[in-house]
Design a protein around this ligand. Structure first.
Ligand code: NAG
Length: 302
């Protein structure tokens, strides 16, 4: 009778260890943020969406905002449906800037964490885009997958998006899914904006991250992934987006360093304005037909 008892004690001790660890990691906002499956909540199946509380630490959020300010925010553009060109639009009134991938240790750490959470390789991700929405600014509902061939030339369709909230917003600025089947069951009090009433909505909370998929499991486009950013009513919204493609974004790594160059002085500026993603044929190119700004687009490999 002694042995089973000992085993039971050992089991309890082990359980304590495990639980102890879990509770230590469940509040970690001032330390390094980290991927913690116990903090992930399922949001919706149509579209597939999940919310990770405290994915980023406060310090990481502030750091991304500082990098964006330093990089110089520019008026956000949208991709024209048919042509694939990027153009200004009243539907998207934020300003933003693309960081470069692995820009520094903090960014590299966040990118690794995103890969771990999404089970999608880091090289399939576009560089992180940081966005600022001021009073009244918004992004009308849209899809993250592309309808044009040109944008699919590099990395193929976007399969998933990770939206990280970098600030708390007093009122408005919710992410909204107007086609989500769960919109009818979500209860909303008057802390939600009017816009948020029109679909399943997620409040921006500093450090939280929202993951949703633009493709069905069978790899066809999911029209339920329609989403937008409600107008900010009070405060300022900062977010960071990681778009993830079905293939490696950019082109194969085998290039040598001396092949890696910009062919135009404006490349760094264009890259910062998001042209690598918006105009990949020119900026990035393919292995047989390399683009003109491969250095600034950070696609030369290591
Ligand atoms: C892919 O999956 C979606 C959602 O389940 C379904 O509506 C669609 O018909 C499927 N398409 C194919 C080609 O399997």
């Amino acid at each position: 009778m002694v042995l089973p008892f000992r085993r039971a004690v050992a089991a309890v001790l082990l359980l304590r260890l495990v639980l102890g660890d879990a509770s230590a990691s469940s509040h970690n906002r001032d330390g390094a943020g980290r991927f913690d499956p116990t903090r992930v909540a399922h949001v919706s199946w149509h579209p597939r969406a999940f919310l990770h509380e405290g994915f980023l630490s406060d310090a990481e959020c502030d750091h991304l905002i500082a990098l964006a300010r330093k990089g110089g925010l520019e008026k956000s553009m949208v991709v024209e449906r048919k042509s694939g060109k990027s153009v200004e639009s009243k539907a998207r009134t934020s300003s933003g800037v693309f960081l470069t991938s692995k820009q520094d240790e903090v960014v590299a750490g966040i990118e690794e964490r995103i890969a771990a959470w999404t089970f999608l390789p880091p090289e399939n991700g576009e560089p992180i885009q940081v966005l600022r929405y001021e009073n009244g600014q918004k992004y009308e509902p849209h899809f993250d997958y592309f309808s044009d061939k040109q944008n699919q030339a590099v990395g193929g369709h976007r399969i998933a998006t990770v939206l990280m909230y970098l600030s708390n917003v007093k009122m408005g600025g919710e992410t909204i899914f107007p086609s989500s089947e769960d919109q009818l069951t979500q209860e909303k009090d008057d802390t939600w904006s009017e816009c948020a009433q029109l679909g399943y909505a997620v409040k921006p909370v500093k450090g939280d991250a929202l993951l949703f998929f633009s493709l069905h499991p069978n790899a066809t486009t999911d029209t339920n992934s329609l989403h937008g950013s409600c107008p900010v009513i009070e405060g300022e919204k900062w977010s960071a987006t990681k778009w993830i493609h079905v293939r490696s974004f950019g082109y194969p790594k085998e290039t040598t360093d001396d092949e890696c160059r910009d062919e135009n002085d404006k490349c760094p500026k264009w890259a910062a304005a998001g042209e690598c993603a918006k105009n990949p044929e020119y900026m990035v190119g393919t292995r047989n037909s390399p683009g003109s700004c491969r250095k600034s687009c950070n696609v030369c490999g290591e």
